[in-house]
Design a protein around this ligand. Structure first.
Ligand code: GLY
Ligand code: MN
Ligand code: MN
Length: 435
């Protein structure tokens, strides 16, 4: 893909929506873990979306022009540093970064405090991201104050501060074909990792051994990292929604729930599969699994342009509520089970979220108080589940069964595309793969 053009087009789209003022967008800070060891670095998704630039300590400034093509796009980044590059590796430096990434100008990040107040002079609006990083918020206010201090020389400071995410969230929600192809790739690698995990699992192994198989496959195929902490949850652990300890032994007769996806070139996959540790579903596991699968397939079928965001969730709920009644877990009619929220004893989360650069990606779910409509280019997960904890009013043979099935789906003009098709999910497919 023409990287420069892709990112430049996004900056121009942002500019056309800003119309006036200055946008200042910083990438994520590096975080010290202890002494001189840092957490693995991950750029800020908004910054990356507009620049494609991976390095830490970088800031993008976009200055709207007067409509005469005189808008400016400036990158601030680390300077070349022969000594540091021996230790930490290559860094672009402003000149090479400007050239490689197509900015109008690039300056050393150390000059930011000098430059930003100048860029803010006589500008009506400043767009940035607030509330993510207190140090950044304080810096921004300080820059604005420095412009205010010049009031007596006739310089005016921005009178409005706006959150640039209102514009960028909406842009990020609609994926381009280039983005979808990266997401397909992340999905394919992740699906392969789930297959590997299914094939390697044996009773007596530990959850972390299976986590290692996932990581092996992610990195082997070029993914940079997991997109989120992998959940590898055997037996009762599957009923802990955010279980990430992954340190328990796997027992024959239990199910193993794995929620794991990689990040490839910035884009996340998010897949959950649930399968028997010893390769054969018991009859009650089959009943619960088949119910969740039916709910998931019905919900995926509801991913259609023109349907509201909520329709896949409501569709899954209908199927699950009926299933809970059929299994004797809930009593009464489907409507009553949904109305009373009795289903929440077994299904307490929603059926999905937007997916993209972030696993829980940018984008509003409601517009003016109404669930928004699905449109081509949106990408979301579909992930119903059923989690049955021990309880007096639940027959014991259901206890500690936790099932979730999660796929990544893109809305297309004809309906939808399941990006994660390569991860088996029918009982027959799973039993065949694990033979
Ligand atoms: N893996 C996070 C989620 O499914 O939302
Ligand atoms: Mn998810
Ligand atoms: Mn997930």
């Amino acid at each position: 893909m023409n990287q420069i053009k892709t990112f430049n087009d996004r900056r121009l789209r942002l500019l056309s929506q800003m119309q006036k003022g200055v946008a200042i967008i910083a990438t994520s800070p590096s975080r010290l873990r202890n002494r001189d060891a840092f957490y693995p670095y991950r750029f800020d998704s908004y910054f990356y979306y507009l620049t494609g630039f991976h390095e830490p300590e970088a800031v993008l400034a976009i200055i709207a022009g007067n409509g005469q093509g005189n808008a400016e796009q400036i990158l601030f980044c680390r300077e070349k540093d022969k000594e540091r590059e021996i230790w930490d590796g290559f860094r672009y430096g402003p000149d090479a970064a400007r050239e490689a990434y197509g900015f109008d100008a690039a300056y050393p990040i150390a000059k930011l405090d000098e430059w930003i107040p100048k860029l803010l002079e006589n500008q009506p609006v400043v767009y940035s991201m607030f509330g993510q990083d207190a140090a950044w918020d304080a810096r921004l206010i300080n820059w604005i104050n420095r412009v205010r201090e010049q009031a007596r020389s006739g310089v005016s400071a921005p009178s409005e501060i706006r959150d640039v995410r209102h514009i960028l969230d909406e842009m990020r929600l609609f994926k381009s074909e280039e983005e979808l192809s990266l997401m397909r790739h992340a999905a394919k690698i992740s699906a392969g990792a789930h297959c590997r995990a299914m094939q390697k699992t044996r009773p007596g192994m530990y959850e972390y051994e299976i986590e290692a198989e996932l990581l092996h496959e992610f990195r082997r195929l070029g993914a940079q990292a997991p997109a989120y902490s992998s959940i590898v949850a055997g037996g009762a652990n599957a009923c802990v929604l955010h279980y990430i300890e992954n340190n328990a032994p796997l027992h024959s007769g239990d199910l193993l729930l794995i929620d794991a996806g990689c990040e490839f070139d910035g884009y996340a996959a998010d897949i959950t599969r649930t399968f028997p540790v010893d390769r054969k579903f018991t009859s009650v596991q089959k009943d619960v699994y088949q119910l969740v699968l039916s709910a998931q397939m019905a919900a995926i079928a509801a991913v259609q342009p023109g349907n509201t965001w909520d329709m896949p969730h409501q569709t899954a709920l209908q199927v699950l509520a009926q299933g809970f009644i059929d299994l004797g877990l809930c009593q009464g009619s489907v409507d009553a089970v949904i109305q009373s929220e009795d289903y929440k004893r077994f299904y307490m989360h929603r059926t999905g979220h937007w997916l993209g650069l972030d696993v829980h990606d940018a984008g509003e779910y409601k517009l003016k108080g109404q669930w928004r409509c699905l449109s081509p280019g949106m990408a979301l997960t579909v992930e119903p589940g059923c989690y049955i904890r021990p309880a007096d009013n639940v027959p014991q043979h259901f206890w500690n069964i936790g099932v979730r099935i999660e796929d990544d789906v893109a809305v297309t003009s004809a309906g939808h595309e399941v990006l994660t098709v390569a991860a088996p999910k029918t009982i027959a497919e799973i039993e065949e793969l694990t033979q």
